[in-house]
Structures are given as structure tokens and as C-alpha cells.
Design a protein around this ligand. Structure first.
Ligand SMILES: *Cc1c(COP(=O)(O)O)cnc(C)c1O
Length: 393
């Protein structure tokens, strides 16, 4: 697949080899009969849904999981035939589209089933039942609700093909709440299986944290999200490293302007930075419209294998960096990723912003083109030559 050509010197490099490596690592700890749903919601956590989905499927995952019907339809339009689960609420009036495109949707409301029925003609909709065992977000909470829902679903328009829950604390050191959710889920599944006698029903509970830490607790499948992208779900899980991971995401740009300034010159809006002596200042064409938000003004970037500080405020489209000497226009700047021995990780950025790793690649905006590396080759044909020439190893 060839992507849009682009004419700016900033890009995210998405390493599909790393994604496949991470799936391999998880498979090594999971039991042979536990399948994987690759979670590609939110444009694959900002990495690019179609490319990540294809790479994951090539690595043998069972299916894909997204949040919105729109996301599922986009994957179908790209020619992807694998099972797709929409993990959140779909409007009952849209179920016909889901059924026609062989997309599995999530159910947890009896009223929803009644409403959806009207929109299904000769079609059968595949559904997974969502059980809320302690996340408090969506799902049925009691065995009575489960009974009512199953009765309502006993209709030729619906086929129950799975059931699942979601953990709230599987990435924390204290295991007690996880254990609690796990036993509630086991109880619900026992009841479900007494109603729905189908050996092919897919039971799944684990997110990245649970599937890496408790691979033997997993049922028929897991939903592998953040760690497929090579990031740990929390600092605690990073510390215990249940499996080895390789980050897939990096962010690069190039200097567009370099100048030597005398002492006492102001840099950027508000003149919050003033040169101390004679200084070399470079301009990087990335800003908050790219998702490189103003709070990142305390970060360092990597140039010529060395960390150099951002100075002054980050603008919408540019920011300035204090260089350790003169560099040519076109010198590569790594905002996230590695150059030689130096590295700025997604975790570093998440720490600076006091948030979780998940948020970082998701917030680098659509304006920054994603470039894919697969089998150590740049996949994107339009920009291949340009990037091969410019990419640092
Ligand atoms: C996002 C999501 C996942 C994946 O979670 P990770 O922590 O990224 O592995 C799994 N299940 C549901 C319901 C989700 O919303």
C-alpha cells in the first residue's frame, strides 16, 4: 500500500517488525489455545490502524478489536477479512451495517437488543456479551441481568459468539482487585455456559497487563493493546518486565534554521528564554498543532547523538533548541526514539506530562505522517527514497 506523499521534514516512524516481535513474545507465555485480538482502536494508538492490523494478522493473531463501528468499517474497507470486535456501544440503528460487514458488536443492555432487532432483516448479528466485574464502565453487573439479556438474545437475529470483561487494576502491584474481578467473571461465565451451549463461544478478559502477568488465567483469547506497541501499561509492569518488548513508535524532524546569537537575545513568545552567552540556536518545525504540546518545553531532543535542550515556548508549528555548536539545515532531530547511545522514550514524555504512555502516540496529530518499516525496509513507496537517504540507523 502506498501512502500519501508528504512534503515536510517531520515524521513518525512505526516499526512493524517491533509489533510482530511483541506479539511473538506474548505468544511464548500464553498457552497454545489462547488466541490474540490485536487492539487497534484510536488509529492503533496513533500508529496507523490498517498497517498495524495487517502486520498483526501476518503474525497470526486471531482477530482485531476496536472501539467504534466506524473503525471496524474502515478496516473492512481496507480489505481485511479477519474477525473484528467492536468493544463498546454501537447505536442500535446501525447494527445492519455491522451484520452486513461481518462485524461483531458488544451487548449489555436488554433494551438495546429489542431496539436493534427491528433493524435486522434476514441478517444475523454476531455479539459478545460484556460483563462489568469492577471496571464500572459498561457491561451487565448481575446474574439476573445476564439471564434477562440472554433471554432477549434468544432470537434468530442474534448469535452470541463471545463474552468478556475488562480489568481496572491488572497493571498494579496489588493483585487483590484483579483476583476479585477474575473470580466474578469466572462465576458469570459458568452461568453463561449453562444457557449458551456452544463450544465455539470465545471467552476473553485480559488486556496487556493481565495477559503478560497472568497468562495462565486467560480464557480463549486476550485483547493485546499497549504492549503490542512495545510499551508497558504502567511503571510497575515495566519494572517487573513479564516479557521483553520493543517500542514501535519514534518521532523525528530536521533543523530548518540555525543561527549564532550573542548574549541577551530572546527566544520565542514571551521571551521566557534569553541567551546566556554566545549560543547556537536551531529551529525545529514541530509544534503543538502536531501534538508536541507546550508543556514539553522542558524536554531534550537528540541531535548528532547528543541530548540538547528545548529553549523558549513551543509554538504551534515550531520550537527552538540550544545546540552545542553549528549544524547544517537538514540535520536530523529525534524527539522520541534513539540516536546512537541516547534515547528519549515514550515513557520519558509520559513522565514529563504526568500521564500514561498510551496518551503519547495517540496525541501526535494526523499532521505528522506515519512511515512504516517492515522487514527492515521502508514500506511507503512514495517517500521511500527520501527517507532511506535521511533515516538514521
Ligand atoms: C483498550 C482496551 C483494551 C487494551 O488494553 P491495553 O491495556 O492497551 O492492552 C482491552 N480491552 C478493552 C475493553 C479496551 O478498551
Amino acid at each position: 500500500m502506498s501512502l500519501q506523499p508528504f512534503y515536510r521534514d517531520s515524521w513518525c516512524e512505526v516499526n512493524l517488525d517491533a509489533i510482530q516481535y511483541n506479539i511473538k513474545q506474548l505468544k511464548q507465555v500464553l498457552s497454545d489455545d489462547t488466541e490474540i485480538f490485536a487492539v487497534v482502536k484510536g488509529n492503533a494508538y496513533g500508529h496507523g490502524d490498517i498497517q498495524v492490523a495487517n502486520a498483526a494478522l501476518e503474525e497470526g493473531v486471531y482477530g482485531l478489536a476496536v472501539t467504534l463501528l466506524d473503525e471496524a468499517l474502515k478496516l473492512r474497507e481496507a480489505g481485511i477479512k479477519a474477525p473484528i470486535l467492536v468493544m463498546s456501544w454501537v447505536r442500535p440503528e446501525d447494527v445492519k451495517l455491522a451484520a452486513e460487514n461481518d462485524i461483531t458488536v458488544t451487548v449489555f443492555q436488554k433494551e438495546w437488543v429489542e431496539q436493534a432487532k427491528v433493524h435486522l432483516f434476514n441478517q444475523t448479528l454476531s455479539v459478545h456479551i460484556k460483563i462489568d466485574t469492577g471496571m464500572g464502565r459498561i457491561g451487565i453487573r448481575t446474574l439476573e441481568e445476564m439471564e434477562d439479556l440472554i433471554k432477549e438474545l434468544d432470537d434468530s437475529h442474534f448469535k452470541v459468539t463471545g463474552a468478556f470483561t475488562h480489568f481496572a487494576t491488572a497493571d498494579e502491584e496489588d493483585e487483590s482487585y484483579y483476583r476479585n474481578q477474575q473470580s466474578r467473571f469466572t462465576e458469570c461465565i459458568g452461568m453463561l455456559k449453562s444457557y449458551v451451549k456452544d463450544d465455539n463461544i470465545v471467552i476473553h478478559s485480559g488486556n496487556s497487563a493481565a495477559s503478560m502477568r497472568y497468562p495462565n488465567d486467560m480464557f480463549d483469547a486476550v485483547r493485546f493493546g499497549i504492549s503490542m506497541y512495545g510499551l508497558y501499561p504502567s511503571p510497575f509492569v515495566k519494572q517487573i518486565q513479564p516479557i521483553d518488548l520493543q517500542p514501535a513508535f519514534s518521532l523525528h524532524s530536521k533543523l530548518i534554521h540555525v543561527k549564532k546569537l550573542p548574549a541577551g537575545e530572546g527566544i520565542s513568545y514571551g521571551k521566557t528564554y534569553e541567551t546566556q552567552g554566545e549560543e547556537w540556536i536551531g529551529t525545529v518545525p514541530v509544534g503543538y498543532a502536531d501534538g508536541w504540546i507546550r508543556r514539553l518545553h522542558t524536554q531534550h531532543v537528540i541531535i548528532n547523538g547528543k541530548k540538547m535542550p528545548i529553549v523558549g515556548r513551543i509554538c504551534m508549528d515550531q520550537f527552538m533548541v540550544r545546540l552545542d555548536g553549528p549544524y547544517p539545515v537538514g540535520e536530523q532531530v529525534t524527539l522520541i526514539g534513539r540516536q546512537g547511545d541516547e534515547e528519549v522514550t515514550v515513557d520519558d514524555i509520559a513522565d514529563t506530562l504526568e500521564t500514561i504512555t498510551y496518551e503519547i502516540p495517540c496525541s501526535i496529530s494526523y499532521r505528522v505522517p506515519r512511515v512504516y518499516v517492515h522487514n527492515q525496509e521502508i514500506m511507503d513507496v512514495e517517500n521511500k527514497l527520501y527517507l532511506e537517504k535521511n533515516r538514521l540507523k
